[in-house]
Ligand binder design. Structure first.
Ligand SMILES: Nc1ncnc2c1ncn2[C@@H]1O[C@H](COP(=O)(O)OP(=O)(O)OP(=O)(O)O)[C@@H](O)[C@H]1O
Length: 498
């Protein structure tokens, strides 16, 4: 009967292209189809009757095949797609899908196993190749994606940095444009007196450092020029000297100017504005008239000077800056500390390296140089020939007290050059009288009451300042009075603006 089955097997399945084997219960080969012999290069006589594991000189002793026949199949009647990968000596590596089926021949009470071998080597290679390509591509893509994300992050950080720098530059540009409008005097500091030479020596000593400098001296002595000289001789010279006048604005506006604000910090703040501290980052901040800084802001200023930290108005974020501080004042800060108008700790912080500008009356040898410098400069600006300064006029200058210092001298010379038409400089008429009565009281010939002297002096200063009563370069500043006192005196002495 088994023989009969084999005949059927040979006749029916002989033409099947897939290699087939029929095994008996003890895994001996009962028969195989021609495709099997052909594909696995074995001969019929060495195959039939042999134990499957002995085929091809034991090459078929494959652990996975044993697993299928001895462990898997006894539990199942059919088992498909059992993958076996094996390297044969004669035909090389084969990847096979084994489909096994138990066939019961009831009539003779025997059981056979039909083993169909599907050669999937090529397909598997192709599939594995594809998988490898896909895997490689996937990891390449993942890497590219990672790199792109990193680049994006770097670009975003760079963009933020650029935006920050742009804002700072915009602030600096706007500030410099304002500065240019104010026509600052960037010329050299004129003078050869020992007092001035000592100042310049101190400037040289400190310029290269990052130390805070405090410039002291009466109004108009050239404190701002000194501040500029320190900045221009320092390593920060390529950046702007950012200036703020602490006397010019009320407390809340100075705070805004110094520290800036966020959009929406207060009504009307429609955009973020950088403060002078941020603009001066890496540069120098000149705090003019520091003695006028309101007490409530002195603490905030102290913190920036000490730690370089502050917050914009309306922002919780702390900003770090590196701005060199140069402060100037015509006040006696020590006295202001005693009076409780100035914080002692801030005074100590500012007073690290004080430079005192001497008043003009204490360096009269500078007067001829300053006169020559300004007469020439003003005449050139007005398109005139430089007039000669008569000796008598120079003597008057040398004997005058100059309460308004170099600024006052500059103003007087400007007025004189304007009215002079000939080769000699002519003094403005109403200048001579108060001048004599001011600086050289001992030379007064005509007797005047104290009230008359006071009246004439106030009028002269008011005319000199174009009747500017308060603020920078005003009569109150030159006279050393506060605004209400000056107004009261003017009322008392019947002084009215013409
Ligand atoms: N040595 C100098 N050589 C040339 N010009 C000078 C000199 N000193 C002062 N000036 C001029 O005098 C004017 C006043 O100077 P500056 O503004 O620096 O004085 P200041 O002490 O800062 O005055 P204030 O206290 O009123 O702010 C400026 O026009 C400045 O150029």
């Amino acid at each position: 009967m088994q023989k009969a089955f084999i005949n059927v097997f040979n006749n029916v399945l002989g033409s099947v292209r897939e290699p087939l084997l029929v095994l008996d219960n003890s895994h001996k080969v009962v028969g195989a189809n021609p495709s099997f012999y052909k594909n696995f290069c074995v001969t019929q006589e060495n195959t039939e009757g042999a134990l499957i594991y002995d085929l091809g000189n034991g090459q078929w002793n494959i652990p996975r095949l044993r697993e299928l026949l001895e462990e898997v199949l006894p539990q199942n009647c059919v088992f498909n797609d059992f993958e076996v990968e094996h390297s044969f000596e004669n035909i090389g590596l084969k990847i096979m899908h084994l489909n096994a089926r138990k066939i019961n021949l009831k009539s003779i009470d025997a059981q056979l196993i039909l083993l169909a071998i599907e050669d999937v080597t090529e397909r598997e290679h192709y599939k594995r190749n594809l998988e490898e390509i896909v895997e490689a591509r996937t990891s390449e893509l993942a890497l590219a994606r990672q790199a792109a994300e990193k680049e994006k992050e770097t670009a975003e950080t760079a963009l933020l940095e650029i935006q920050k720098l742009k804002k700072q530059l915009e602030g600096e540009k706007a500030y410099l444009t304002e500065e240019i409008k104010l026509e600052h005097n960037h010329e050299n500091i004129i003078g050869k007196s020992d007092a001035l030479k000592y100042v310049l020596y101190k400037v040289e000593q400190i310029a290269a450092t990052h130390t805070t400098v405090l410039v002291l001296g009466e109004t108009g002595t050239g404190k701002e020029l000194v501040a500029r000289a320190v900045h221009h001789s320092s390593p920060r010279r390529k950046r702007a000297l950012v200036k703020i006048n602490c006397a010019a604005l009320p407390a809340n506006l100075i705070e805004n100017e110094l520290f800036g604000h966020e959009k929406g910090a207060f009504t009307g703040s429609s955009a973020r504005q950088l403060g002078r501290f941020e603009i001066a980052n890496g540069a120098t901040l000149f705090l003019d008239e520091i003695g006028e800084l309101p007490l409530e802001l002195q603490g905030k200023l102290l913190r920036v000077i000490q730690d370089g930290e502050f917050e914009r108005l309306g922002s919780p974020h702390t900003i770090k800056v590196d701005a060199r501080i140069i402060a100037a004042t015509n006040r006696n800060l020590e006295q202001e500390v005693k009076k409780g108008n100035f914080r002692e700790d801030l005074w100590y912080r500012l007073n690290v390296f004080p430079i005192t500008m001497p008043p003009l009356r204490d360096r009269i040898e500078d007067i001829p140089l300053l006169v020559a410098f300004y007469v020439k400069k003003i005449a050139r600006r007005l398109g005139k020939d430089t007039p000669i300064v008569p000796k008598l006029m120079m003597d008057t200058f040398l004997n005058y007290d100059w309460p308004g210092n170099v600024r006052e001298l500059e103003n007087i010379l400007e007025r004189a050059v304007i009215i002079s038409s000939g080769p000699k400089l002519r003094m403005v008429d109403d200048f001579n009288k108060p001048l004599a009565s001011l600086g050289n009281t001992h030379k007064i010939k005509e007797s005047k009451t104290l009230e008359q002297v006071e009246h004439d002096h106030i009028v002269q200063v008011l005319e000199q300042t174009n009747w500017k009563v308060s603020g920078k370069n005003s009569a109150t500043q030159i006279l050393g009075l506060n605004r209400s006192t000056l107004r009261a005196r003017m009322r008392k002495l019947d002084i009215i603006k013409p």
